[in-house]
Design a protein around this ligand. Structure first.
Ligand SMILES: Nc1ncnc2c1ncn2[C@@H]1O[C@H](COP(=O)(O)OP(=O)(O)OP(=O)(O)O)[C@@H](O)[C@H]1O
Length: 260
């Protein structure tokens, strides 16, 4: 099951020693069930804040976040999250790290069914042979694959990805994009991706939202012009190159480097 995500006039400021710091201003976005939306924007504009609001880790000052027709008031088990730093527990094997959400989120799965589910995901991301390893025995890319499995093991309706590939080298990152595309084809979730990498947003997303500098508003929205089935070569097609050029211009405008 995947859920619609709706931001209704979301506005938020942090309270700091020097007074309120307005971060998000009147964001209105609807993300249909099963869609993949990427948010890009200048550093510090409020992208991570947005993910915390969607996950229910914080409440907006004004406006509302709705998931699957319900207003978000607290953290939800139906949300999975993956971050730049995978934070796997070193004293647990990879398999046991992936199983963790099933120990926390209420569910009726038997031990065998939980193991089947975790192994199904590890196979999808090519980690079957590493299930008994400790996190430190894996490369950065492999650890991030495991963290994606952990985020998805309880079949969340919403997957929040806050720069999950940001710390990886360029080749590993592209590998992970393909892994993500495979997971998306097999699993059902509505995805929100925060990224600084425009190519990543073009490769993965159905819609790309450009946020302005802080306090962030929605500056620009672009529906993907690429077919749903994509391989890396698609990034060199005229459609993708044109999308990238437009997004780059929009980021420059958001950064105040372009008067256009
Ligand atoms: N808990 C907090 N208290 C006060 N200010 C905060 C807090 N969390 C974030 N901020 C500030 O709010 C602004 C937005 O932060 P946020 O992390 O959402 O931006 P971001 O777009 O994700 O940044 P980056 O692209 O650099 O990762 C920043 O100026 C940050 O310093």
């Amino acid at each position: 099951m995947s859920a619609e995500i709706e931001l209704r006039a979301v506005t938020h400021a942090y309270r700091t020693e020097t007074g309120p710091l307005p971060v998000l201003r009147h964001l209105d976005v609807k993300m249909p069930p099963g869609s993949f939306t990427a948010f890009v924007g200048p550093s510090g504009c409020g992208k991570s804040t947005l993910t915390k609001l969607i996950a229910g880790l914080m409440r907006p000052d004004e406006g509302q976040v709705w998931l699957g027709g319900q207003m978000v008031r607290a953290p939800r088990a139906t949300v999975g999250m993956a971050f730049q730093n995978p934070v796997l527990l070193e004293w647990r094997s990879i398999l046991s790290n992936v199983l963790l959400p099933l120990e926390i989120v209420p569910n009726t799965l038997s031990r065998a069914a939980r193991l089947d589910r975790a192994r199904e995901l590890l196979a999808l991301v090519g980690l079957s042979e590493f299930e008994e390893k400790r996190p430190s025995e894996l490369s950065g890319g492999m650890r991030q694959r495991a963290s994606l499995c952990r985020a998805l093991v309880h079949r969340p309706e919403v997957l929040i990805l806050d720069e999950p590939f940001g710390a990886l080298d360029a080749f590993t990152r592209e590998d992970l994009w393909q892994t993500m595309a495979r997971l998306r084809a097999e699993e059902r979730f509505t995805a929100v991706l925060i990224t600084h990498d425009l190519r990543e947003s073009v490769f993965l997303a159905d819609e790309i939202v450009v946020m302005s500098a802080r306090p962030a508003t929605i500056q620009y929205r672009m529906a993907s012009r690429l077919p749903a089935a994509r391989d890396l070569d698609i990034l060199y097609t005229p459609e993708a190159v044109e999308m990238l050029a437009t997004l780059r211009r929009q980021i420059q405008i958001a950064q105040g480097r372009d008067a256009a």
